[in-house]
Ligand binder design. Sequence first.
Ligand code: NAX
Ligand code: ADP
Ligand code: K
Length: 504
Amino acid sequence: MKILTAQQLKRVDQITLEKENITSIELMERAANTCAEWIIKHYKTHHNFYIFCGSGNNGGDGLAIARILKLKHYIVSVFIVSNAAYSDEFEENFERWQKTGGPTKSLHSDDDFPDLSNKNIVIIDALFGIGLNREVKGLTATLINTLNHADNDIISIDIPSGLHADNNATNLHAPIIRATHTLTFELPKIALLLPENQEFSGSLNLLSIGLNQNAIAQQESNYEWVTAAYFHNRIPKRNKFSHKGTFGHVKIVAGSLGKIGAAILSSKAALRTGAGLVTAEIPYCGYTAMQSANPEVMVIPNGEKHLDKRIDLDDYHIAIGPGIGINEDTEKETIRLISRTTEPLVIDADALNILAEHKEDWDKIPRFSILTPHPKELSRWIGHWKNDFEKLELTANLAEELGIYIIIKGAYTTTVTPKRNFFFNSSGNPGMATAGSGDVLTGILIALLAQGYSSEISCLLGTYLHGCAGDLVALEKGEPAVIASDIIENLGKAYLQLTKIPQS
Ligand SMILES: NC(=O)C1=CN([C@@H]2O[C@H](COP(=O)(O)OP(=O)(O)OC[C@H]3O[C@@H](n4cnc5c(N)ncnc54)[C@H](O)[C@@H]3O)[C@@H](O)[C@H]2O)[C@@H](O)CC1
Ligand SMILES: Nc1ncnc2c1ncn2[C@@H]1O[C@H](COP(=O)(O)OP(=O)(O)O)[C@@H](O)[C@H]1O
Ligand SMILES: [K+]
């Protein structure tokens, strides 16, 4: 699903109106109904809503939501930041709201702000949507700060008011609503997916309002939101006569004294993702641990406590890095490895840290290799970034120059491609911020490459499956209890969910 700019979304709104022969008011009514449905479902015990409306169509949404909730017997009050000009849809919905007889207050100064000492009152923020294009100032700025200081839940409609939908980088210190939940229409807005804006959106909920899908597909965008739908028809069935050779031989080059667990996790994840054969090349000190934990894995010992010998290539699909540590010998062998193969590698953890120090060797990294840095590791490759857009641009420069894929790990893990496309992963949860969860991703990625998936699909499918398995664990055990081994154990279920193969 594409991620569009505010301007493109307005175009899509317009095409939807023409193609479906509906009015803007009718589309707004759809949007409001979907929001009201969500609110009623999630706030069963709250009966009192304060709805703050701006003068544009976001305010129009707020007024329509107010009416729908009022007609369902909730206690609703509307507050309008007074303005010289209101949009037509606002005017129409204001009239409809007034007919319900619900209370309305115009805000002319902060003396008009309501008392928010009752924490059970739920605030609905319909001040600004994606039409906002400059910093919020004056009374609305004061109102946003006041709402942020209250302890009430805030539900933002479409986007937290004050946030610029496309690029908020220069607006970070402006007044912006800090929502508990954001109900955004149809597609996520790019600003909602970037870590620098994390304090604003709260839980992000995508609500479909039936925008024209062809119109969305026609818009040019190199930002994509990856959901289960992306993989429809992209995961081939296993051939009845296939054998373990069909699904590739993975080699996990990993581990050092005290960090053998990383190698165990990556190897197991590769098996659970469907690699035909898995060999772990690890220091001898991990031999027994690996054989006991993963009897299916073959082991090639390399070094005593750390990797210090030449790594054989053979026909392996190789991932290198988890737990290898930073040691002179290991450094030498890592660089030797990238220089000797043209097959895509998965490069993670300390292999990333080692290579970050050897810029002169970067051009030896095989094309279409996959690098999996978390932001700290990434900064060793691209240096400091001023904002998240610059981070994406600098990463794309590197991906393009070296012809590689870079997976920036974190919430909404982002795959950056050599063609400068950015894929944001929709699955996963903060429970996955736990030791070894990145090692699991490495095993998944190399197993997908071994099975013949392209580097691009391996990145997208790998990050999606990883997140989906993490979500299944969180659902069952709660986010704090998620551990890397559980993610591995749920890879099968995640795969079944994605391919909808009935479980018998
Ligand atoms: N048919 C449609 O167009 C639909 C629109 N929808 C809603 O409409 C929203 C977009 O509405 P609009 O384009 O009217 O814009 P907004 O309601 O987001 O607000 C922008 C309005 O505020 C003014 N403004 C911009 N920056 C300002 C600032 N810093 N200080 C004060 N005023 C400022 C603009 O001139 C404009 O009047 C969406 O986010 C969504 O909530 C939804 O109802 C879906 C359907
Ligand atoms: N808040 C989050 N939401 C979703 N996924 C997350 C979050 N935090 C971390 N993750 C995922 O967990 C993994 C952590 O990897 P990494 O930092 O390399 O951990 P480790 O080195 O312990 O294995 C990544 O795949 C990352 O995307
Ligand atoms: K809003």
